[in-house]
Design a protein around this ligand. Sequence first.
Ligand code: HEM
Length: 353
Amino acid sequence: MRLVSTAAAPRLIPPSELPARASRTRERAATAARLSGSEVRVLYRAPPMSAADALARTRAAALARACFVFNGFILANIMLGALVRAHGAGLACPDWPLCFGEVVPQFDFKVAWEVSHRYVGWAFGVTFLTLGALILRDATLRRVAGATWGVSFALLAVQGLLGALTVWHLLASWSVTSHLIVGNVWNASVLWLGLTLRAFARGEPAPAPLARAARWSVALSALFLFFQVFLGSQLSSRYAGLACWRWPACYDERWFPVWGMSDPVGLHVHHRANGYLLALFVLSMVWATRAIPQISKKARLAAVLVFVQIAVGVANVLLELRVEITALHTALAGALVLTLTSCTRVAFAKETR
Ligand code: HEM
């Protein structure tokens, strides 16, 4: 038995005597606690660990790190996808999975963009299968993270199919939109997988349930972000990025000249309005989670990202969809997705240990 504490000579009290606010933790892991003033510090008793368990935890830590690195690459490929679109190279290869019937076609500027996006996609498939094999061959890791990997793999398969449909349906708006959304959801699932593995590797206890207001603020921020990504990808795939060419008004000093989303102007103003609402929800999340250490920093990061994103969105309009700005806007949206996924996990996940 090992008591993990750096405190000098703690006064040990039995879990049954812990104050009510520590009761949840008491149920889970505490075997003793130190009382100093009004503060209770729970001391964990590390459960006895078999050699197989220790090995599984070491592997889980390494695989978690691999997932986080992978998140960076996926985000870069999402940005690369935006660059393909912004360079008008979405149909540079008219066929799929090959390009002009070749694995390595004759390159020109547009083909190079499109083909590199595809090559990276194929490399992701191989890497993710390898990651899966490493998780599934270990009985403990299979129990902890097998299902999450399975869901994530299904998303990757759908994403590959959507890439094909985007080409076969000549960049139809629904396919471009679904491709961007599923790409981001897949990245979120890889992050979730990494966080699950890391929690297991560290033997972290399940996060204590958050107050209702905090959970609502996280859920609403995530929901509005999802809708915002949907609206944004509709905007770009329906070429409505400059339907409103002024800011803050849309044009002619009118903020909401059209409401219907079937109209490009209506779609554009909804994207702006939903972006501002998203910022309000993220701010409410910062406020509601300010005293919860596991989430408060992530919430503040989300707030910084959302305001930078609004500024980049405005620059996107005023600089008439410059390629670099558009790509940055897409990448920041992806970074927001990851940040809010991490908040959502703290708010809603149940840990497997
Ligand atoms: C606040 C959060 C925001 C998020 C998360 C967000 C996200 C997105 C996303 C995901 C896209 C699609 C990118 C792609 O298809 O590659 C997009 C497009 C766009 N967004 Fe936003 N956006 C936000 C706010 C804004 C604001 C406030 C404005 C303008 C004032 C704006 C202007 C645009 C424009 C013009 C496009 C079209 C880009 C193009 O056609 O290339 N966005 N947005």
